[in-house]
Ligand binder design. Structure first.
Ligand SMILES: [Mg+2]
Length: 442
């Protein structure tokens, strides 16, 4: 199916062609065999093992694959209930269309765009196909979302008969040929920089960040490149006069921790390219959830909210016990005529806190309490990952931090005195109309 793979040579002076995979010597700008300019060349090319793969404009790419007439047109996936852009293809992006942009603005920027309603079922199916191909490379695949994942390719050299860089390049080709969409890949020695690399040159990117260049590379980047530094936290840093990673590199760990708590420690380490997080493969469970069926149908928030709270605590307890966390909160409702409504929201970081699950579920539930009568309510989280990435201290939302602290204290009391010892306000008086929540795991 593919050109024969080259003999693996662990010689850093050897690059390879990303199109025909022929090994390259010297420093020519084009492949000696096929003339392609897409060459991979890097002093650490054959020693780096952590990869991040991200599909390019995923939803739009799938739609273009399925309808070739769209190929050269600007395509926007969106216009669902929320009226925002889910994904814009690269042609639409040239016109200034961006993800999460309100639809009317996107169409102002690009009136000729073809708008397509998202077909999530299809995207999930294609996402699974891509993931299955990743899992054929290594068991260490950690999905971050439907279309991106970390891969740890350590120790796969014997299996594949070639170093990770070549395995990765071949994988990107295989996805294009077999699935009909393109991906961008980043290769580095740690997760943080692998992800940064895959983002670097999209679409069809293949970027490498080695150990030797990490400090220098990071010095020139803005702090927003650091995982966990969102808009709000970037604003806090900006107030303190910190905009570039180079500034963090000059600061002591103690100083950063005094100012920003545990986030300060993260800033210290990541700004120096130190990231020890392992690639944690997908957990067996796809989600952790709890649901309950009512004796009689319920419609009002006053009836539904306490149930949501109790179920959120159940889910949280299970996550804490298993040492995992989930990034997407899923609310499930079944109407009196047995129609199922699921609503979900992705969080900035995975959580295992009952309060965060509840508050997110509450926002989703508010939109559904429109007089409809429900016979079942469930809440859960998906996109599971290791708990060590969960619930970074939110420096801006002081209330959220207080609630997280309170929740830790409640957990400790419950461990000591049993579950019934501490009840939060929301769960008092529940149960008159509800069966005890049953656990459902999928
Ligand atoms: Mg993507």
């Amino acid at each position: 199916m593919f050109a024969a793979m080259p003999t693996p040579v662990n010689d850093p002076s050897h690059g390879f062609c990303r199109d025909c995979l022929t090994l390259q010597r010297g420093s020519g700008l084009r492949c000696s065999a096929c003339g392609s300019p897409r060459l991979a060349r890097h002093p650490e090319l054959y020693s780096l093992r952590i990869a991040h793969i991200d599909c390019d404009a995923f939803y739009a790419a799938v739609e273009k694959r399925d309808n070739p007439e769209l190929k050269d047109k600007p395509v926007i996936i969106g216009g669902g209930k929320r009226g925002v852009v889910s994904t814009a293809c690269y042609i639409a992006r040239i016109h200034g269309v961006r993800s999460a942009m309100p639809m009317f603005k996107a169409l102002e920027a690009c009136p000729e765009a073809v708008v397509i309603k998202p077909d999530m079922e299809k995207y999930v199916r294609v996402g699974r196909e891509v993931r299955a191909m990743m899992q054929a490379l290594t068991p260490l695949v950690e999905p971050l979302s439907i279309d991106e994942a970390f891969l740890d390719l350590s120790g796969t050299e014997r299996l594949h008969g070639r170093p990770p860089a070549l395995v990765l390049a071949r994988f990107t080709q295989a996805v294009e040929k077999e699935i009909g969409i393109t991906v961008s890949a980043g290769l580095s020695y740690c997760k943080f920089l692998a992800k940064v690399a895959s983002d670097f040159r999209k679409p069809r990117g293949f970027s490498i960040i080695g150990q030797a260049e990490a400090l220098g590379f990071l010095a020139e980047q803005p702090v927003t490149m650091i995982w966990g530094v969102g808009k709000a936290f970037a604003a806090t840093l900006e107030q303190d006069g910190i905009r570039m990673i180079s500034q963090l590199q000059r600061m002591e760990r103690g100083e950063l921790m005094r100012r920003y708590g545990t986030m300060g420690d993260r800033l210290y380490r990541l700004s120096r390219g130190q990231d020890e997080r392992r690639v944690v493969p997908d957990h067996d469970a796809k989600s952790v959830s709890a649901e309950t069926t009512f004796d009689t149908d319920l419609a009002s928030a006053a009836d539904l909210v306490p149930v949501l709270r109790a179920l959120s605590e159940k889910v949280s307890a299970r996550l804490k016990k298993a040492g995992i966390a989930g990034r997407t909160v899923v609310l499930k409702l079944k109407t009196s005529d047995f129609k199922i409504r699921t609503r979900n929201r992705q969080l900035a970081d995975p959580t295992r806190l009952a309060d965060r699950i509840f508050q997110t579920g509450l926002q989703l539930l508010e939109k559904e309490t429109d007089g409809t009568r429900y016979r079942l309510l469930g809440i859960g989280v998906s996109d599971l990952s290791d708990a060590d990435r969960a619930d970074p201290p939110d420096l801006v939302d002081v209330q959220a931090r207080k609630r997280a602290l309170a929740e830790g204290a409640i957990d400790a009391l419950r461990d000591k005195f049993g579950k019934k010892a501490v009840e939060t306000g929301y769960t008092f008086g529940k149960g008159r109309n509800a069966h005890p929540p049953e656990d459902v795991e999928r």
